[in-house]
Design a binder for this molecule. Structure first.
Ligand code: NAD
Length: 358
């Protein structure tokens, strides 16, 4: 059956890297490996300029109808003085909410060819392959009550609430167990159950659910220790499952172990929808110059084939092609080092397509 892929290039380098992602999708179609229907729409600053809103209604409708959404990036200096309600970033938050994307996957993998890019010693980061599974639609970022109020005595009080319901914990934990089964079958659930009652519920709910996954080894870690262990011995982790705020912080920490923001894909999954995007932003400093690294976007395409389109062989093939290109010494400016061949965005995309057929 034909799959529908909805493309949202967005702003800045989002447009350039999406062009390279489409080259990969076109290759898959040319080879007759999967039938796909590609359509594209507007989001972010580009959408604001053309329609007056960063998230037009048509975009939401089309995204909901698609099997998967591929997103470039949003934002840029041009729109920074706009009211918060119509800033490009609102488009991104809005579409995550509209599609009820509750499970964020952020892999942190060190390509051996790029082990020197990390600020940590190559022997510490070599071989790391971590998947952070972050709850994305609940927790302290959404809990009520919240706000800042002025008290009768003139002091101000700031309040946010950490709230989780068992079903919210169960649905993201199920995803983590299922993903672990496709990897090394280990889940480390990160919480602060020694201090926060809400995360004690998190821990107990994950333990109760683990009975359904006897083949997956479950461990638990407090978030402060997890932050430390990620730097001390990152190879110990396979899948890290955690709450919205802890995941926000730990996934950035884990991705920086690799040292190369232009290499990192991500996925946000709901029950009915899925959105794939690189973790980086629109990089206004290099937009339009043809030098952006398209590999995070291309690896996001690989994740889409693995997690939504049920095409693990195609995902493997794209990841292998990226490895071949790196083996051949091709590097965009952000990952270049002396002795390597510096290439632009389009040449890197073309090289991956060529390697797909190799
Ligand atoms: P950024 O990720 O856009 O850029 C940070 C640095 O990394 C820049 O020096 C940039 O040139 C470089 N970089 C990023 N991606 C690269 C790539 N593929 N190839 C080569 N170099 C790359 O973060 P920022 O500068 O903090 O934010 C710029 C804009 O992007 C802001 O408007 C911000 O709100 C937005 N943003 C959007 C997203 C998103 O769309 N998901 C995420 C983060 C930031």
């Amino acid at each position: 059956m034909e799959k529908s892929i909805y493309l949202l290039p967005g702003d800045g380098i989002g447009q350039e890297i999406m062009t390279e992602a489409v080259k990969i999708l076109d290759w898959v179609r040319r080879e007759g490996l999967l039938s796909m229907n590609l359509t594209s729409g507007l989001i972010g600053g580009t959408a604001y300029d053309l329609t007056g809103t960063p998230l037009p209604e048509e975009t939401v409708t089309a995204a909901k109808a698609a099997d998967a959404v591929l997103l470039g990036a949003v934002g840029g200096v041009k729109w920074e003085s706009l009211d918060y309600a119509v800033r490009p970033e609102r488009g991104l938050l809005g579409i995550r909410k509209a599609l009820d994307l509750y499970c964020n996957l952020r892999p942190a993998q060190v390509f051996p060819q790029l082990a020197n890019a990390s600020t940590l010693k190559p022997e510490v980061v070599a071989g790391i392959d971590i998947m952070v599974v972050r709850e994305l639609s609940s927790g302290i970022y959404f809990g009520q009550p919240r706000g800042v109020e002025t008290l009768p005595d003139g002091r101000q009080k700031g309040l946010n609430s950490l709230v989780y319901y068992t079903d919210e914990i169960q649905r993201v934990a199920r995803r983590a167990f299922e993903i672990a089964r496709k990897r090394q079958s280990r889940v480390c659930s990160v919480d602060k159950a020694n201090v926060l009652e809400c995360t004690e519920l998190w821990r107990n709910t994950v333990i109760a659910l683990s009975g359904d996954y006897p083949d997956v080894a479950l461990s638990h870690m407090y978030v402060d220790n997890a932050a430390m262990q990620l730097i001390r011995n990152p190879r110990q982790f396979d899948v890290i499952l955690t709450t919205n705020m802890f995941g926000d912080i730990l996934s950035d920490e884990a991705s920086m172990l690799t040292g190369s923001i232009g290499m990192l894909p991500s996925a946000s999954l709901g029950e009915e929808s899925a959105l794939y995007e690189p973790i980086h932003g629109s990089a206004p400093d290099i937009a339009g110059m043809g030098v952006a690294n398209p590999l995070a976007m291309i690896l996001s395409v690989a994740m889409m084939f693995r997690y939504t389109l049920d095409q693990p062989a195609l995902a493997d093939r794209i990841e292998r092609a990226v490895n071949l290109v790196l083996d051949a010494g091709l590097r965009t400016a952000d990952i270049w080092e002396p002795g390597m061949q510096k290439v632009g965005t389009a040449s890197m995309g073309d090289a991956v397509v060529a390697a797909l057929s190799a």
